[in-house]
Design a protein around this ligand. Structure first.
Ligand SMILES: [Fe+2]
Length: 387
């Protein structure tokens, strides 16, 4: 993704005079990625987006590593991460490497008192619990259970939650997150065999334009530090923009699973790609229909990628004792597969109501101190018959 999108008022030609009702110029901003080679948008601001008044606190939010070189399979009980009032403070990194960080978050309150901008990474927020509105300087998106919210690096945002009961599974990626190239034709349009298409992608629909001067704090994340910057104008002061670089939403419930006569491999579930990891959606689907098929997956050695599964809902057929909010980590280098009894149990079953998000990273993940607080230390023995 994404595709060309236009919201609000823009001039006929880019880089030309575009004036406010009082005759002064709007401030144009090219918001680009990968130098000037990547996706970009052109936005028009009431005030200059460059008016830094002050730079205040600067502090590290780097994940604290507990296990640097891990070969043990783990289960983490994600819902044991305690709810926290503040959105940023609620984000607990559980797994990380130099390419990405996987975060669990249970924010109780909306992010209203400051603005947030991640310059290190694209952020993918998967909404496990909660409804509300993601508000950005390039427009707003409503969200609910099952939504992926893709927030490209540099977007300034706030979040409104409707209630205090919210659970997010977040992936930060240091390389851009796109939909898989093999799903798209040479124009970028999603092909017929893609499990989703443009119609399923929700783009920002509502632009807030605040013509306000004052003190506006943006907490900017850079190199795993938060830097509190005070700007002289409201960050949401755009009257219009167009381009390809903006946040968007996609519901996991709009992912159309691909099934077959025999077991289909994980790539059929792929939803997003980066240079360094992939994200897959395991959705309710009919099982394999060959008369001799075994719907449970075969044992597999993901010899050079770590596999993280976040269990959202339903009965995950290949695993015993897995609940919503759990994460399994199956590290590179060793095989894993169905739990004892799961293969036989799956035979003859017609379908699955499982819902899960998978992150397969090409570099090993380190386990953080936060993860160890919610870890099942014995999970790695769970393939033994008598476990
Ligand atoms: Fe696996």
């Amino acid at each position: 993704m994404p595709r060309y999108h236009k919201l609000g008022d823009i001039p006929h030609k880019r880089h030309t005079q575009f004036r406010k009702p009082d005759g002064t110029l709007y401030s144009e901003q090219l918001f680009g990625t990968i130098g000037f080679d990547g996706m970009y948008s052109n936005s028009y601001h009431v005030h200059r987006p460059t008016m830094v008044k002050d730079i205040k606190k600067q502090y590290s939010v780097a994940p604290k590593i507990a296990l640097e070189n891990n070969i043990k399979s783990y289960r983490f009980r994600g819902f044991q991460v305690a709810p926290v009032d503040d959105y940023l403070e609620s984000r607990k990194a559980v797994l990380t490497n130099s390419d990405c960080t996987i975060i669990l978050s249970a924010p109780r309150h909306s992010l209203k008192d400051y603005f947030y901008k991640n310059t290190d990474a694209d952020e993918l927020l998967f909404v496990h619990k909660g409804t509300g509105k993601l508000r950005t300087h390039l427009g707003n998106l409503d969200f609910k259970y099952g939504d992926y919210l893709l927030i490209p690096r540099g977007m300034i945002y706030q979040i409104d939650f409707d209630t205090e009961d919210n659970r997010l599974f977040i992936v930060e990626s240091r390389s851009p997150i796109y939909t898989p190239k093999r799903y798209r034709n040479w124009f970028g349009q999603h092909l017929e065999h893609s499990p989703f298409c443009e119609r399923d992608i929700r783009v920002p629909y509502e632009l807030e334009t605040h013509d306000e001067l004052g003190d506006f704090v943006i907490k900017v994340k850079k190199k795993d530090e938060i830097i509190e910057m005070v700007y002289a104008s409201h960050p949401f002061d755009v009257v219009g923009y167009d381009g390809y670089n903006y946040p968007y939403a996609f519901s996991i419930h709009d992912f159309e699973p691909i099934t077959g006569r025999i077991h289909q491999p994980p790539p059929v579930h792929q939803t997003f790609e980066t240079d360094t990891f992939v994200i897959c959606s395991f959705c309710p689907r009919l099982y394999d229909y060959h008369p001799q098929s075994i719907p449970a997956p075969y044992n597999h050695s993901n010899i050079d990628s770590d596999e993280v599964l976040y269990y959202v809902d339903g009965d995950f057929m290949s695993r015993n004792d897995i609940d919503a909010g759990h994460i399994s980590l199956h590290p590179a280098g060793i095989p894993h597969g169905p739990h004892p009894g799961a293969a036989e149990r799956s035979i003859g079953q017609k379908g699955s109501d499982e819902l899960a998000v998978m992150v397969d990273t090409f570099k090993p993940l380190m386990v953080t101190e936060e993860a160890m607080k919610i870890a099942d230390e014995d999970y790695y023995k769970s393939w033994l018959e008598d476990h």
